[in-house]
Design a protein around this ligand. Structure first.
Ligand code: 13P
Length: 253
Protein backbone atom coordinates (compact mmCIF):
# COMPACT_ATOMS: atom_id res chain seq x y z
CA UNK A 1 0.00 0.00 0.00
CA UNK A 2 1.43 3.31 -1.06
CA UNK A 3 1.85 5.96 1.62
CA UNK A 4 -0.98 8.20 0.44
CA UNK A 5 -3.47 5.37 -0.04
CA UNK A 6 -5.49 5.20 -3.22
CA UNK A 7 -8.48 6.96 -4.72
CA UNK A 8 -10.37 4.93 -7.32
CA UNK A 9 -12.77 7.29 -9.07
CA UNK A 10 -15.40 6.33 -11.63
CA UNK A 11 -16.26 8.96 -14.23
CA UNK A 12 -19.55 7.76 -15.67
CA UNK A 13 -19.56 10.60 -18.22
CA UNK A 14 -22.95 11.09 -19.98
CA UNK A 15 -24.11 7.49 -19.69
CA UNK A 16 -27.22 5.79 -18.38
CA UNK A 17 -30.75 6.70 -17.42
CA UNK A 18 -31.95 6.94 -13.84
CA UNK A 19 -32.60 3.21 -13.46
CA UNK A 20 -29.09 2.39 -14.69
CA UNK A 21 -27.51 4.94 -12.35
CA UNK A 22 -29.45 3.66 -9.36
CA UNK A 23 -28.53 0.04 -10.07
CA UNK A 24 -24.87 0.83 -10.70
CA UNK A 25 -24.51 2.97 -7.58
CA UNK A 26 -26.23 0.29 -5.50
CA UNK A 27 -23.96 -2.42 -6.92
CA UNK A 28 -20.83 -0.38 -6.17
CA UNK A 29 -22.13 0.29 -2.66
CA UNK A 30 -22.85 -3.42 -2.12
CA UNK A 31 -19.27 -4.36 -3.01
CA UNK A 32 -17.52 -1.46 -1.35
CA UNK A 33 -17.02 -3.26 1.94
CA UNK A 34 -14.61 -5.61 0.20
CA UNK A 35 -12.33 -2.80 -0.99
CA UNK A 36 -8.87 -3.03 0.58
CA UNK A 37 -8.03 -0.74 3.50
CA UNK A 38 -6.71 2.61 2.36
CA UNK A 39 -8.59 2.48 -0.95
CA UNK A 40 -11.30 5.14 -1.28
CA UNK A 41 -14.07 4.70 -3.84
CA UNK A 42 -15.68 7.63 -5.60
CA UNK A 43 -18.45 7.62 -8.21
CA UNK A 44 -19.07 10.62 -10.47
CA UNK A 45 -22.49 10.13 -12.10
CA UNK A 46 -24.07 12.59 -14.54
CA UNK A 47 -25.44 15.64 -12.69
CA UNK A 48 -29.01 14.50 -13.40
CA UNK A 49 -28.43 11.31 -11.40
CA UNK A 50 -26.41 12.68 -8.48
CA UNK A 51 -29.29 12.74 -6.03
CA UNK A 52 -30.50 9.20 -6.67
CA UNK A 53 -26.95 7.82 -6.80
CA UNK A 54 -26.31 9.62 -3.51
CA UNK A 55 -29.33 7.89 -1.99
CA UNK A 56 -28.09 4.51 -3.25
CA UNK A 57 -24.67 4.87 -1.58
CA UNK A 58 -25.92 6.53 1.62
CA UNK A 59 -24.42 5.00 4.74
CA UNK A 60 -21.53 3.39 2.84
CA UNK A 61 -17.94 4.51 2.36
CA UNK A 62 -18.51 5.25 -1.34
CA UNK A 63 -18.17 8.94 -2.06
CA UNK A 64 -19.99 11.08 -4.61
CA UNK A 65 -18.52 13.53 -7.11
CA UNK A 66 -19.55 15.85 -9.91
CA UNK A 67 -18.06 15.80 -13.41
CA UNK A 68 -17.70 19.58 -13.76
CA UNK A 69 -18.74 22.79 -12.07
CA UNK A 70 -19.13 26.45 -12.93
CA UNK A 71 -16.72 28.97 -11.44
CA UNK A 72 -19.51 31.09 -9.90
CA UNK A 73 -21.55 30.15 -6.83
CA UNK A 74 -24.79 31.05 -8.59
CA UNK A 75 -26.31 33.37 -11.17
CA UNK A 76 -27.57 33.56 -14.73
CA UNK A 77 -25.63 30.61 -16.19
CA UNK A 78 -28.11 28.45 -18.06
CA UNK A 79 -27.35 24.76 -17.93
CA UNK A 80 -24.48 25.04 -15.47
CA UNK A 81 -24.08 23.68 -11.96
CA UNK A 82 -22.15 25.33 -9.14
CA UNK A 83 -19.69 23.71 -6.77
CA UNK A 84 -21.99 24.77 -3.93
CA UNK A 85 -24.88 22.85 -5.52
CA UNK A 86 -22.70 19.75 -5.81
CA UNK A 87 -21.70 20.07 -2.17
CA UNK A 88 -25.35 20.47 -1.22
CA UNK A 89 -26.14 17.22 -3.05
CA UNK A 90 -23.61 15.36 -0.92
CA UNK A 91 -20.60 15.47 -3.22
CA UNK A 92 -17.09 15.40 -1.78
CA UNK A 93 -15.24 15.80 -5.09
CA UNK A 94 -15.61 17.35 -8.53
CA UNK A 95 -13.68 16.63 -11.71
CA UNK A 96 -12.45 19.80 -13.43
CA UNK A 97 -10.52 20.25 -16.66
CA UNK A 98 -11.30 16.85 -18.14
CA UNK A 99 -10.03 16.75 -21.71
CA UNK A 100 -13.61 16.28 -22.90
CA UNK A 101 -14.30 19.70 -21.34
CA UNK A 102 -11.00 21.24 -22.45
CA UNK A 103 -11.52 20.10 -26.05
CA UNK A 104 -15.28 19.90 -26.43
CA UNK A 105 -16.04 23.10 -24.52
CA UNK A 106 -12.87 25.10 -25.17
CA UNK A 107 -11.88 25.21 -21.50
CA UNK A 108 -8.33 26.46 -20.98
CA UNK A 109 -6.04 26.34 -17.97
CA UNK A 110 -7.20 29.71 -16.61
CA UNK A 111 -10.83 28.61 -16.51
CA UNK A 112 -9.88 25.24 -15.04
CA UNK A 113 -7.95 27.12 -12.31
CA UNK A 114 -11.07 29.17 -11.54
CA UNK A 115 -13.25 26.04 -11.44
CA UNK A 116 -10.78 24.30 -9.12
CA UNK A 117 -10.78 27.41 -6.92
CA UNK A 118 -14.60 27.35 -6.90
CA UNK A 119 -14.48 23.74 -5.72
CA UNK A 120 -12.15 24.71 -2.86
CA UNK A 121 -14.44 27.62 -1.98
CA UNK A 122 -17.38 25.19 -1.70
CA UNK A 123 -15.44 22.66 0.35
CA UNK A 124 -15.12 20.14 -2.50
CA UNK A 125 -11.95 18.34 -3.54
CA UNK A 126 -11.24 19.18 -7.19
CA UNK A 127 -9.72 16.42 -9.30
CA UNK A 128 -7.80 18.58 -11.75
CA UNK A 129 -7.24 16.73 -15.04
CA UNK A 130 -4.24 17.24 -17.28
CA UNK A 131 -2.83 15.31 -20.22
CA UNK A 132 -1.06 15.60 -23.52
CA UNK A 133 -2.47 15.03 -26.99
CA UNK A 134 -1.02 12.34 -29.20
CA UNK A 135 0.83 14.98 -31.20
CA UNK A 136 2.40 16.40 -28.05
CA UNK A 137 3.51 12.91 -26.99
CA UNK A 138 4.93 12.13 -30.42
CA UNK A 139 6.92 15.35 -30.40
CA UNK A 140 8.44 14.50 -27.00
CA UNK A 141 6.48 17.15 -25.14
CA UNK A 142 4.32 15.03 -22.79
CA UNK A 143 6.07 15.91 -19.50
CA UNK A 144 6.48 19.55 -20.43
CA UNK A 145 2.81 19.88 -21.44
CA UNK A 146 1.50 18.23 -18.31
CA UNK A 147 3.78 20.21 -15.98
CA UNK A 148 2.65 23.43 -17.63
CA UNK A 149 -1.02 22.46 -17.23
CA UNK A 150 -0.47 21.60 -13.56
CA UNK A 151 1.21 24.96 -12.88
CA UNK A 152 -1.59 26.87 -14.62
CA UNK A 153 -4.63 24.83 -13.47
CA UNK A 154 -3.90 24.05 -9.82
CA UNK A 155 -4.74 26.71 -7.22
CA UNK A 156 -1.73 27.48 -5.03
CA UNK A 157 -2.23 26.96 -1.32
CA UNK A 158 -3.99 23.62 -1.85
CA UNK A 159 -2.69 20.35 -0.42
CA UNK A 160 -3.58 16.67 -0.41
CA UNK A 161 -6.50 17.16 1.95
CA UNK A 162 -8.33 19.29 -0.61
CA UNK A 163 -6.84 18.50 -4.03
CA UNK A 164 -6.17 15.59 -6.39
CA UNK A 165 -4.63 15.71 -9.87
CA UNK A 166 -5.32 13.23 -12.66
CA UNK A 167 -3.06 12.46 -15.61
CA UNK A 168 -5.20 11.47 -18.57
CA UNK A 169 -3.32 11.27 -21.86
CA UNK A 170 -5.94 12.41 -24.37
CA UNK A 171 -5.03 9.61 -26.80
CA UNK A 172 -5.48 6.91 -24.13
CA UNK A 173 -9.05 7.85 -23.19
CA UNK A 174 -11.56 5.27 -24.39
CA UNK A 175 -9.04 3.97 -26.92
CA UNK A 176 -7.88 0.80 -25.19
CA UNK A 177 -4.32 2.15 -25.47
CA UNK A 178 -2.22 3.09 -22.47
CA UNK A 179 1.23 4.61 -22.11
CA UNK A 180 3.99 2.26 -21.00
CA UNK A 181 4.66 2.03 -17.29
CA UNK A 182 7.85 4.03 -17.79
CA UNK A 183 5.94 6.76 -19.64
CA UNK A 184 3.35 6.97 -16.85
CA UNK A 185 6.13 7.07 -14.25
CA UNK A 186 7.92 9.88 -16.11
CA UNK A 187 4.80 12.02 -16.39
CA UNK A 188 3.77 11.45 -12.78
CA UNK A 189 7.28 12.41 -11.70
CA UNK A 190 6.96 15.63 -13.69
CA UNK A 191 3.54 16.30 -12.15
CA UNK A 192 4.91 15.73 -8.66
CA UNK A 193 7.80 18.11 -9.34
CA UNK A 194 5.42 20.77 -10.69
CA UNK A 195 3.22 20.42 -7.58
CA UNK A 196 6.21 20.65 -5.25
CA UNK A 197 7.31 23.78 -7.10
CA UNK A 198 3.85 25.28 -6.76
CA UNK A 199 2.84 24.18 -3.26
CA UNK A 200 6.13 23.44 -1.51
CA UNK A 201 7.67 20.10 -0.52
CA UNK A 202 5.20 18.82 2.06
CA UNK A 203 1.99 19.94 0.37
CA UNK A 204 3.20 18.91 -3.08
CA UNK A 205 4.06 15.44 -1.80
CA UNK A 206 0.66 15.04 -0.14
CA UNK A 207 -1.48 15.32 -3.29
CA UNK A 208 -2.86 12.11 -4.79
CA UNK A 209 -1.94 11.70 -8.45
CA UNK A 210 -4.42 9.57 -10.39
CA UNK A 211 -3.86 7.93 -13.75
CA UNK A 212 -6.77 7.74 -16.22
CA UNK A 213 -7.11 6.34 -19.72
CA UNK A 214 -8.21 2.77 -20.51
CA UNK A 215 -7.76 1.50 -16.95
CA UNK A 216 -9.29 -1.97 -16.62
CA UNK A 217 -9.17 -4.76 -14.04
CA UNK A 218 -6.52 -6.46 -16.19
CA UNK A 219 -4.02 -3.57 -16.20
CA UNK A 220 -4.90 -1.84 -12.92
CA UNK A 221 -2.46 -3.73 -10.70
CA UNK A 222 0.62 -2.81 -12.70
CA UNK A 223 -0.47 0.79 -13.25
CA UNK A 224 -1.30 1.33 -9.58
CA UNK A 225 2.08 -0.09 -8.57
CA UNK A 226 3.93 2.69 -10.42
CA UNK A 227 5.70 5.21 -8.20
CA UNK A 228 3.64 8.39 -7.72
CA UNK A 229 0.42 6.74 -8.95
CA UNK A 230 -2.04 7.11 -6.09
CA UNK A 231 -5.24 6.09 -7.79
CA UNK A 232 -7.18 5.83 -11.02
CA UNK A 233 -9.78 7.88 -12.84
CA UNK A 234 -11.80 5.25 -14.66
CA UNK A 235 -14.19 5.88 -17.53
CA UNK A 236 -15.65 2.92 -19.44
CA UNK A 237 -14.77 0.27 -16.86
CA UNK A 238 -16.55 2.24 -14.13
CA UNK A 239 -19.88 1.52 -15.83
CA UNK A 240 -19.69 -2.12 -14.71
CA UNK A 241 -19.63 -2.46 -10.93
CA UNK A 242 -17.62 -5.70 -11.06
CA UNK A 243 -14.90 -4.08 -13.19
CA UNK A 244 -14.79 -0.95 -11.05
CA UNK A 245 -14.57 -2.98 -7.86
CA UNK A 246 -11.96 -5.22 -9.51
CA UNK A 247 -9.80 -2.14 -10.13
CA UNK A 248 -10.22 -1.14 -6.48
CA UNK A 249 -9.21 -4.64 -5.41
CA UNK A 250 -6.08 -4.36 -7.55
CA UNK A 251 -5.06 -1.23 -5.66
CA UNK A 252 -4.60 -3.25 -2.50
CA UNK A 253 -2.94 -6.22 -4.14
P1 13P B 1 -11.64 5.44 -20.22
O1 13P B 1 -11.33 4.70 -18.91
O2 13P B 1 -12.93 5.01 -20.82
O3 13P B 1 -10.46 5.42 -21.13
O4 13P B 1 -11.87 6.97 -19.79
C1 13P B 1 -10.93 7.62 -19.03
C2 13P B 1 -11.48 8.90 -18.59
O5 13P B 1 -11.64 9.83 -19.38
C3 13P B 1 -11.85 9.04 -17.16
O6 13P B 1 -12.10 10.38 -16.83
Amino acid sequence: MAELGYLIAGNWKMNGLSGDAKALAAAVAAGAGAAPAGVDLLICPPAAHLALAGDAIAGTAVRLGGQDCHEAAGGAFTGDISAEMLKDLGCSHVIVGHSERRDGHAEGDALVWRKASAALRAGLIPIVCVGETEQERLSGKAEETVARQVRASVPDGADGTCLAVAYEPVWAIGSGRTPTNDEIAAVHKAMRAALVGLLGDAKGASVKLLYGGSVKPGNAKEILAIHNVNGALVGGASLKAADFLGIAAAAGA
